[in-house]
Design a protein around this ligand. Structure first.
Ligand SMILES: NC(=O)C1=CN([C@@H]2O[C@H](COP(=O)(O)OP(=O)(O)OC[C@H]3O[C@@H](n4cnc5c(N)ncnc54)[C@H](O)[C@@H]3O)[C@@H](O)[C@H]2O)[C@@H](O)CC1
Ligand SMILES: Nc1ncnc2c1ncn2[C@@H]1O[C@H](COP(=O)(O)OP(=O)(O)O)[C@@H](O)[C@H]1O
Ligand SMILES: [Mg+2]
Length: 279
């Protein structure tokens, strides 16, 4: 086991590139976000909004039809399609650089059908981020994983379900072993989030109890989606998103009792401007 490294602010300038003058929306990646049933629309709206605010060039959301209006009222920049339309799902998933599946997807039979549809459509060259309900469904149904660049973003209870490691025993050695079996990047979220990759394991030093509110992880999932779609080094993109998400929260918590997920994403364009590479 190699010692865990602690992330520093340097991960930001190592990752967030200066936007080239000769560029267009296609330069900054396509993200497809899948989730948000009739009950959890807010989750996929927050994930989508976080991806857009992190600079991803094109964003399409596959969700329950009840969420179309609410999503567009907040975010006309995103495109929407119904997640039960298998043909559209296959086409939109195939066209993405990064697919984010799970925020607010739910665990009912329609949710499982959607998840299986994503797994069938994904190709090995693509990045697939698996969050929230999708992690729970994989664990509960023992679903085989597709071949792709996989990223899991479990909180401790979701990691217990997926890995079988009880929350109190989630030590680095055990976590690293399961990460290897999954052949994925694992972002194990807690008050001090740890990130396990094939290139090493990392501790995120940022974060505050002011973040302990629903939707905070949905927002991180969207940010990682946006970062991985536009920045070429996948591991660094994940690390930078985790660091930024909680660093912004720390800054807001200097003068706020609670930090809302939507406040974090709205800070992103300024924060990324201030922490981009100078070259
Ligand atoms: N506005 C919305 O639409 C929201 C929808 N959400 C969605 O709701 C679905 C269910 O996710 P939940 O996470 O709520 O439910 P889960 O049942 O998966 O997990 C929550 C349980 O895990 C426990 N837990 C233990 N350690 C934890 C840790 N470190 N972090 C978080 N929880 C920990 C909590 O106490 C809680 O009882 C997901 O699809 C999620 O995306 C939630 O994100 C909340 C907001
Ligand atoms: N006490 C805390 N200190 C630091 N970060 C926290 C704390 N509580 C929650 N977070 C962060 O908030 C996010 C919660 O994710 P998750 O439980 O998936 O939320 P949701 O599913 O409601 O969106 C994670 O990024 C986690 O690290
Ligand atoms: Mg979550």
């Amino acid at each position: 086991m190699v010692a865990m490294k602690t992330l520093t602010e340097k991960i930001l300038t190592d990752t967030i590139r200066l936007r080239p003058a000769n560029s267009h929306k296609g330069t900054f990646g396509r993200v497809c976000l899948v989730g948000g049933n009739y009950q959890f629309g807010g989750a996929i709206i927050m994930a989508t909004e976080a991806s857009v605010y992190s600079g991803a060039g094109l964003n399409t959301t596959l969700t329950d039809v009840v969420n179309f209006g609410p999503l567009h009222a907040r975010l006309p920049e995103a495109m929407v399609t119904e997640f039960t339309n298998q043909k559209a799902l296959t086409q939109l998933v195939s066209a993405a650089d990064t697919v984010v599946v799970g925020p607010g997807l739910g665990v009912e039979s329609d949710s499982l059908t959607v998840l299986k549809g994503v797994f069938d459509a994904i190709r090995p060259s693509q990045t697939l981020l698996i969050d929230g309900s999708a992690i729970t469904m994989i664990a509960e149904n023992d679903l085989p994983l597709p071949t792709a660049h996989l990223i899991f973003t479990p909180h401790q209870m979701e990691w217990q379900r997926l890995s079988g490691i009880p929350i109190n025993n989630q030590e680095n050695e055990a976590n690293e072993k399961v990460r290897e079996e999954l052949d994925a990047i694992v972002v194990l979220k807690s008050h001090r989030t740890r990130i396990y990759t094939s290139e090493g394991s990392f501790m995120n030093p940022t974060g505050t109890p002011a973040q302990a509110t629903g939707g905070m992880g949905d927002t991180l999932a969207g940010m990682i989606g946006g970062f991985t779609a536009q920045f070429t080094h996948r591991e660094n993109a994940v690390l930078a998103a985790v660091y930024a998400h909680s660093d912004i929260a720390d800054n807001l918590a200097d003068h706020q009792y609670v930090v809302l997920p939507t406040q974090i994403m709205h800070q992103l364009p300024t924060y990324m401007h201030d922490h981009q590479s100078k070259r």
